[in-house]
Design a protein around this ligand. Structure first.
Ligand SMILES: [Zn+2]
Length: 274
């Protein structure tokens, strides 16, 4: 799943390849990638413009058009989406679903194997975020412990599904939530709104550390620190912290990797000790 660090990496790629070039056309190779608009509307919305800047909220990337009144292209990457630029026709990536043409044959492909991503247009990214009911961005908006506390307040359900619920916190999915909970030594099943101050502080620090480190490393799990559980996502693997056994179980229907020895504090208080 493209989570916040993946989308931040796509944003960097977009900034490096697709800003300030006049858009010469679009090609929709599979209409199922379009979210609430037709291929003609996409073309009309972009043709003759240029992208001036990008911003991200949660798992959504917005590419703002040169005239702010003209709104923004919205990209959502689903499970397998990515971006790729190319020039030679034979270099078109497999699963290129939507293409944006710039001058001199230079093209940006929205690639998606499983067609779960989405391409949309919006007049106003803030309104789009509100309409989709997205919560605060995990990195840009949750800048202190109090903000994280407010986001989780009133959610009596388990911590892991609360953190991956885009209406509560936007940007986190199944891979990074397991990493944060592991690093914060928290049981994924503790009630989201009953963390004590120490556990909340641990979670806040782990959330920022995990997201920032992943972005620095281009969201490539092979480059993550060996002490991360993301590098050991298989049942029976050895916990890099305590030497215990990594286990897999289901939390709210999602496969969850954790170290029971490190994370089953049982008191919602961070557990594990020093
Ligand atoms: Zn452990």
């Amino acid at each position: 799943m493209a989570e916040l660090p993946d989308v931040a990496t796509f944003e960097r790629y977009f900034d490096a390849t697709a800003l300030h070039r006049e858009i010469a056309g679009t090609e929709v190779r599979d209409e199922r990638m379009l979210d609430g608009l037709t291929a003609a509307e996409l073309d009309r919305g972009l043709l003759g413009h240029a992208f001036a800047a990008t911003r991200r909220h949660g798992k959504y990337l917005f590419a703002l058009l040169d005239d702010a009144d003209d709104g923004a292209l919205v990209l959502h990457f689903g499970m397998t989406g990515s971006l790729r630029t190319f020039k030679r026709p034979d270099a078109m990536p497999e699963y290129a679903r939507v293409l944006i043409d710039f001058s001199e044959g230079y093209r940006l492909a929205v690639v998606s194997q499983r067609l779960l991503g989405g391409v949309a247009l919006t007049d106003d990214p803030d309104a789009f975020v509100a309409e989709r009911g997205l919560g605060p961005d995990a990195l840009a908006d949750l800048t202190d412990e109090a903000a994280l506390r407010r986001a989780l307040e009133g959610h009596g359900g388990m911590l892991k599904p609360a953190l991956t619920n885009q209406a509560i916190v936007a940007g986190i999915g199944n891979l990074y939530v397991d990493e944060m909970l592991y690093q914060a030594r928290l049981d994924p099943r503790v009630p989201a709104d009953e963390l004590d101050d120490r556990a909340l502080a641990e979670l806040f620090r782990a959330m920022r550390r995990v997201l920032e480190t992943a972005i620095e490393r281009d969201a490539d799990p092979a480059e993550f620190p060996t002490g991360w559980i993301s590098r050991h996502r298989e049942p029976g693997a050895t916990c890099p912290r305590c030497g215990g056994e990594i286990e897999r179980f289901e939390v709210a229907g999602r496969g969850t990797y954790w170290c029971p020895a490190c994370q089953a504090g049982g008191d919602g208080g961070g557990g594990g000790g020093a």
